[in-house]
Design a binder for this molecule. Structure first.
Ligand code: FCB
Length: 441
């Protein structure tokens, strides 16, 4: 049982669930082009078991039953993503009709079931031919991405409830180009600075493309990690502040204020592309909402003998999920209030991802997930009471899926997936959510 129910939230508050294309669809189907994740996974040491998204949950064929699961739970919104390489196998140039048709039927399927389609245009599976041209390091990516956005939304835009260009720009920029944990697996500060700027520019260009088609309810989806100083020394506080700047402030600041934080430019400034300051008119295109993805916190220690950003990250001793992420719902309250107070004011906020991985087995109730959801719903309610305009909460994820560099081990779903038979089995958290969402509470 969830303690919090729909009745606790303001009238019209929306509940949803989120997935992404490469993590569930099965990329081998339907004439999709090769992506950077296929290449990254095929290189030893990058992904546990070298697993990739070729088959995944076969959502490409099983989508009607997956949409039924969403609507049967009583959810209002389905946040899904479109694969660039499925729509345009080369990244630029002709569209793949089978790919566009798939999303066309999927969106109609949502509308038939009374679900609001919340689209994300990029959830990380860059078409490989664009990586050959430099990927996020190449400024031209902003135009390529706007063209793809225009192509997709010319077909679907009239039926999309809300859209965001890019999922989690920090992962696109920092995690993939500085830390090397995600495709394309670079560890290069110059590539990072360029990617962290071009991802903002591509966001702005895509917003422009969608506005030109008359679309509204457009937003951006950021991810956040609470940066906790590892001890109470001033050096630890400074290190945590730097971590917070890179992770939590750079993108909101660029997109909502038209500037990048000084404490991050101290390290990245030297490596930025020429005339980056001139791009803010595009980057700050007005938005209708802001999305927050939130999972955990990190403990940050100073590392004075290492190059900038001079910190190391670690975990504390709070309860951890299957992927070792500490459970810290207070961080969600912090980022909701911080976003409204310092960046977005009255703009509607949505929690666009929140959830946990747990080694679930069918038949064993996933009480840990129920408790996680309850605690984070409590943080959302707390923020609403404090006057923050939070309008919805989406759970990651509908079903177990391909968890990037972790492969298929971590189970984030409300629904269990057997990767041999591909059978879907709702977990106890799914049933608890369904009960909590009944209109009469
Ligand atoms: C987020 C990603 C999503 C999933 C969850 C666990 O950072 O957007 O694809 O991997 O984490």
């Amino acid at each position: 049982m969830l303690r919090h129910t729909r009745a606790d939230f303001p009238e019209g508050f929306l509940f949803g669930t989120a997935t992404s294309a490469y993590q569930i669809e099965g990329h081998e189907h339907g004439g999709a082009g090769r992506t950077q994740w296929d290449d990254f996974a095929a290189t030893p040491g990058n992904v546990v078991g070298a697993e990739n998204g070729a088959r995944a949950c076969d959502h490409f064929n099983k989508w009607p039953q997956d949409l039924d699961l969403i609507s049967d739970a009583g959810l209002d919104v389905y946040r899904f993503s479109l694969s660039w390489a499925r729509v345009m196998p080369e990244g630029i140039g002709p569209a793949n009709p089978e790919g566009l048709d798939f999303y066309d039927r999927l969106v109609d399927g949502m509308l038939e079931r009374g679900l609001k389609p919340a689209a994300t245009l990029y959830h990380w599976e860059l078409p490989s031919p664009l990586l050959d041209k430099g990927g996020w390091r190449n400024r031209d990516i902003a135009k390529w991405f706007a063209d793809y956005t225009y192509t997709v939304m010319s077909t679907l835009g009239d039926r999309i409830w809300s859209a965001a260009p890019i999922n989690e720009p920090w992962c696109v920029g920092w995690l993939s180009h500085f830390m090397g944990h995600h495709a394309p697996g670079l560890r290069d500060i110059r590539a990072t600075a360029r990617a962290m700027h071009h991802v903002c520019l591509a966001h702005g260009e895509a917003i422009g493309a969608m506005r030109s088609l008359g679309m509204d309810n457009l937003g951006a989806v950021f991810n956040f990690e609470y940066a906790q100083p590892a001890d109470d020394t001033p050096d630890a506080a400074l290190a945590a502040q730097r971590y917070d700047g890179i992770y939590n402030r750079w993108f909101r600041s660029g997109i909502f204020k038209g500037e990048y934080p000084e404490d991050v430019l101290e390290g990245l400034g030297l490596h930025m592309p020429a005339n980056w300051q001139d791009d803010f008119a595009t980057i700050t295109a007005p938005l209708d909402w802001c999305g927050l993805n939130y999972y955990t916190r990190k403990l940050i220690s100073p590392a004075p003998n290492e190059p900038w950003p001079h910190y190391t990250e670690g975990a504390g001793d709070l309860l951890k999920t299957q992927v070792g992420w500490e459970i810290y719902p207070e961080g969600l309250f912090h980022f909701l209030t911080d976003t409204a107070s310092n960046y977005t004011g009255d703009l509607p906020l949505y929690v666009t991802e929140n959830g946990m991985a747990w080694p679930d087995t069918p038949g064993v109730p996933d009480e840990a997930r129920i408790a996680y959801l309850d605690a984070h719903l409590g943080a959302v309610l707390h923020a609403i009471e404090a006057g923050v305009p939070v309008k919805g909460y989406y759970i990651w994820s509908l079903m177990d899926n391909y968890e990037w560099a972790h492969g298929y081990g971590p189970r984030f779903g409300l629904v269990h997936v057997d990767y041999d038979s591909l059978q879907r089995t709702p977990k106890a958290s799914y049933e608890a959510l369904k009960a909590a969402l009944r209109k009469n509470g």
